[in-house]
Write a protein that binds this ligand. Structure first.
Ligand SMILES: NC(=O)c1ccc[n+]([C@@H]2O[C@H](COP(=O)([O-])OP(=O)(O)OC[C@H]3O[C@@H](n4cnc5c(N)ncnc54)[C@H](O)[C@@H]3O)[C@@H](O)[C@H]2O)c1
Length: 380
């Protein structure tokens, strides 16, 4: 393992497209908005196409590029490997990085299968014993309004939370003519809306409620079974939409609904929590707002979550100067760097990613059994 500085971390991002850009933006900005925290050095952008990497590196602020992942893992300037690649690459790349002594941030879902996620969680546990840490990128934990909702649950302000409703609705596959991509092939994506969107939804249920899922009834559906790929018509081998009822060990029940076919919904992550003393309602398309029913109120009212003292807000702008989706990645980077500097395990951990993966597998398994209940612990 390399000798590390605790106030500056060399970063390697792997992947330069959607998440590669979002994470690059976070690493570029984290020092400016979290100036009291450790620094990030944008050391190397990693991918397969050198010319494309060089174009992106200039725009996104990277010092160098590489198409050789093994060389990146051998580079003593690299402290953190940040994986922004399709799911089928997560397990091998993350385990290799941890074994090379690099801290790892991997995009969600942790893996494509429970077996891969188990292997990753085992590697992360072994690495943690050597002071090497791993985190999964459920960035919505860093939305100020959702972090505030979590604090309400933790402090008992909602009373006993009995019911949660989480829906994640997008529409980019509503058009039958939308083309084939890696996200629609089981081999590369593992699953469809389930891994892509329900992973976020299940992570929110677990983190907001602080409870574990113990029983799952689920259903999945593929509405458009073939699409046009580069070499002609291809079978879609993942789900377009999924539904589940989750029983939690603290007695709460959560409903989860995810789809990439909700015409007119662009990126709507809806979260509702109903407790014995209060409730909250959130929609990602109105990211700065939390509807709250608290302290004896009888209906939900809108709270703008941009005030001093509210989670993450102090690092950004004055009240009412609203934040966006991209800020969650910068706050995620800041939280990770602080944990690394203090040799503390970051959250969400690979164990959290594995727990989510088991719930996703339980939804699929339940669907295959016409909705029979499945205990996530019994998924493989
Ligand atoms: N947190 C979020 O909200 C969020 C949103 C979208 C995607 N994601 C996750 O991020 C990950 C990447 O998704 P994306 O949307 O950025 O995909 P994308 O298709 O936009 O980008 C994938 C990148 O991986 C690169 N790549 C593919 N194979 C590679 C290989 N063998 N070696 C190196 N690079 C390779 C591609 O060139 C591309 O740059 C997935 O796990 C996805 O689920 C998370």
């Amino acid at each position: 393992m390399t000798q590390r500085s605790h106030d500056s971390f060399g970063i390697a991002v792997v992947g330069q497209a959607f998440m590669g850009r979002a994470h690059s933006n976070a690493w570029r900005n984290v020092g400016a908005f979290y100036p009291d925290g450790p620094r990030a050095r944008q050391h190397v952008l990693v991918g397969r196409d050198r010319a494309a990497l060089e174009r992106s590196a200039g725009v996104l602020g990277w010092q160098s590029v590489s198409t050789d992942y093994e060389a990146v893992l051998a580079d003593p300037e690299v402290d953190v490997v940040d994986l922004c690649v399709p799911g089928h690459l997560h397990a091998d790349m993350a385990v290799a990085a941890l074994e090379a002594g690099k801290h790892v941030l991997v995009e969600k879902p942790l893996a494509n299968t429970v077996a891969e996620a188990e292997r990753m969680a085992e590697a992360a546990a072994a690495a943690a014993a050597r002071g090497v840490h791993a985190m999964v990128g459920f960035n919505y934990r860093r939305v100020p309004a959702l972090a505030l909702a979590r604090s309400y649950v933790e402090s008992g302000r909602l009373g006993q939370v009995r019911q949660a409703r989480v829906a994640y609705l997008q529409d980019w596959l509503a058009d039958d003519a939308a083309p084939m991509t890696w996200r629609l092939r089981k081999q590369t994506a593992g699953s469809g809306a389930l891994g892509d969107l329900a992973s976020h939804a299940v992570d929110q249920v677990r983190s907001l409620l602080g409870q574990e899922v113990v029983r799952v009834n689920g259903d999945v559906r593929t509405f458009v079974t073939q699409r046009d790929g580069e070499s002609g018509r291809e079978d879609v081998t993942v789900d377009d939409a999924a539904w589940a009822t989750l029983q939690l060990d603290g007695g709460a029940v959560a409903s989860v609904e995810v789809t990439r076919m909700a015409t007119g919904r662009k990126n709507s992550l809806l979260v509702e929590l109903y407790g014995s003393r209060g409730s909250v309602r959130f929609d990602l398309e109105r990211l700065n707002e939390l509807e709250v029913c608290l302290d004896g109120a009888t209906e939900l009212t809108r709270l703008l979550v941009t005030d001093p003292g509210q989670p993450y807000v102090d690092h950004w702008w004055p009240p009412g100067h609203v934040l966006g989706w991209d800020h969650t990645f910068t706050s995620q980077a800041a939280d990770l760097l602080r944990c690394l500097a203090e040799d503390r395990p970051p959250a969400p951990s690979f164990a959290d990613g594995l727990a989510v993966q088991r719930v996703l597998a339980a939804i699929e398994q339940s669907a295959a059994g016409s909705g029979t209940p499945v205990d996530p612990k019994e998924t493989r």
